[in-house]
Write a new protein. Sequence first.
Length: 427
Amino acid sequence: MSTLTKLDMPRTGEGYRWTAGLLVSSRCTDAAAALVAAAGRGLELQPKIAGIATAEIPRETAAMFGPLAEKRSSPLGPMGGSLARFRSCLAEFQSLLIDELLAGLGVAPTRVLAVGVHDPGLWNVGRSGTSDYFGLCDAARLAESTGLNVIDAFPARDLVRGGQGGPITALPEWILLRRPQSCRILLDLGRTTRMTYLPSALSHSPSARIVSFEVGPGTRLLDVLAHKLTSGEHRYDPGGRLAVQGRRIPELLEHWQADPYFERPLPRWHPRGVQPERFLTDAVQLAVDHGWSVRDLLCSATHFIAETVSSALSRRLPENARIDEIVVTGGGQHNGLLLREIGRLTEIPLSRLDAGGIPREALGPASIGLLAMLYLDQVPANQTAITGADVPRLLGRLTPGSPQNWQRLLQVAAGSSPAVRPLRSAM
């Protein structure tokens, strides 16, 4: 049973095109689906998020993911049978979630051009940095059960062109959050901290100036510390209340900031994020040796995250980048100490994403819905500065739905021109 939230439903007959976006969480424990309506095309899209449905993935289905994700061999090997069962069960859940979203919003499936699907996938990252990726979406089964055209496997084409496979949502996030004259930072204080620079819509070649990268560890570091150092009493530090009782330890911050991770050049992204364990190996022993308390460690870790954000703002953005506002999302937005320190260090106004009318859980699936729209408009979404691909490419793989929906999509596509024309077509 999903939870449905209606947001900004356009009136009928206003010339909008519709796509849905479906995002599965990093651990396959829950998913969110959003319905997006957009006027215009390509980079001129003017989107509205009509509504969102969220639901927990059934436990028996979610439990299959862990062993698959930990398996490093080919998914077509001994684990192939388990993978097939998992994908089938996941597609059944996704179909129900999409059906509940459209029914709850009163939108007929025939109005939806396509549904974009993104999931954590199965990754094998080599020591050289090259990655193999296998998507979890059973696109054929999902298209058959919903009748919708399905666009999935967004990282695959980027990887083929030498990219990292992500972050793939930077361009859709700019489309959703851009302002005509102000430049913003989207700061995702999730399990890993990610920063996206969103230039103003009126700046010169704004889409080419978007930058998105992993800053460093996020709330997962605080959660692991709270859980380990309180013997399981706390799974996380609620609101930063434990950390605020501790003290900032300069020696520990210097130790963490010396990690080679922070000298890696951009683009910088990893499918599994920044693992907190690399920062905990020595920290606990240092705490024992120096008599630091749990609260001291949590306080220092909170300051560490804030200071990595401040450092990234000064070192990693385009030259002379203007920042008028930092828009915060992710679980860390509820940590009062973390927000206070980021505000103090950056001296830039902070606002929460939901204060602008977009709930935190809506941004991800809405961005995937816009990725599907960009695919239909033939707009590459993997700029070199973001993913490292040598050539931007159209992201996604299209699986036709019912004959009726497929014919409607072809009719809409036939009436539009590609945003990027190959050279030979101009000769």
